[in-house]
Design a protein around this ligand. Structure first.
Ligand code: TYD
Length: 208
């Protein structure tokens, strides 16, 4: 049956530990016999990865929020067409590190007051929501330290600073409240294994 897979996204502020938790969840589900595709945004497909570089490197003022919405959406459309849809149609579990909620919060509610534009463009060219969104929540002080400590060279959004991350956190909490059927809030200040167990239990409940 087309679209029979399960689409899971992980969301949250920079440095909240999404990438680690996406990997742990993918491994745990694979260990239980599920076919899993682990991916990320911006990126996840060859063209989208090229667009990623434009977005995560360089000075914070490199793009306006409106231009960012278009670039993130272009990358997302490529990701959806070439990676997410085919995997879901094949009945796989897709785990993505970020999806459209990041655009809603980063560009729609934090970089600018542009939620209407984000929603219009999403409806026209993406039109897909995850079945389950895990929002990793933690204090931005600790998260920012963790994010910048990685020294990945992909710090354009971290470089907006702490007040920006605090606004992001509030934006993600608002989203979780607005869509409780899809979004589950995860306390990401706990030990890695504890968070992973919580996330796995939530995903398994959705899968069964
Ligand atoms: P990511 O690689 O997930 O960074 P991190 O590991 O620090 O969380 O994402 C790159 C950056 O892009 C991140 O700072 C969030 C930002 N972003 C947006 O602003 N809008 C979007 O739609 C997406 C997908 C990411």
């Amino acid at each position: 049956m087309p679209g029979a897979g399960l689409f899971i996204s992980l969301e949250g502020i920079d440095g909240a530990g999404k990438s680690t938790q996406a990997r742990l969840l993918a491994q745990a589900l694979q260990g239980r016999g599920f076919e899993v595709v682990q991916t990320r945004e911006p990126g996840g497909a060859a063209g989208a990865e090229e667009i990623r570089r434009l977005l995560v490197e360089g000075p914070p003022d490199r793009w306006s929020p409106e231009t960012e919405i278009l670039l993130f959406t272009a990358a997302r459309r490529d990701h959806l067409e070439r990676m997410i849809r085919p995997a879901l149609d094949a009945g796989k579990v897709v785990i993505t590190d970020r999806f459209a909620d990041s655009t809603r919060v980063y560009q729609g509610a934090t970089r600018g007051d542009l939620r209407g534009l984000v929603d219009d463009i999403h409806a026209r060219v993406i039109g897909t929501e995850p079945d389950l969104t895990l929002i990793l929540d933690m204090n931005p002080d600790a998260a920012l330290e963790r994010g910048l400590a990685r020294g990945s060279g992909e710090d354009r959004f971290e470089d907006f600073g702490l007040p920006f991350q605090q606004k992001l956190r509030a934006g993600f909490l608002d989203l979780a409240k607005a869509d409780p059927g899809r979004c589950v809030l995860i306390d990401a200040s706990r030990a890695e294994g504890e968070i992973a167990a919580d996330i796995l239990a939530t995903a398994i409940a959705r899968l069964s």
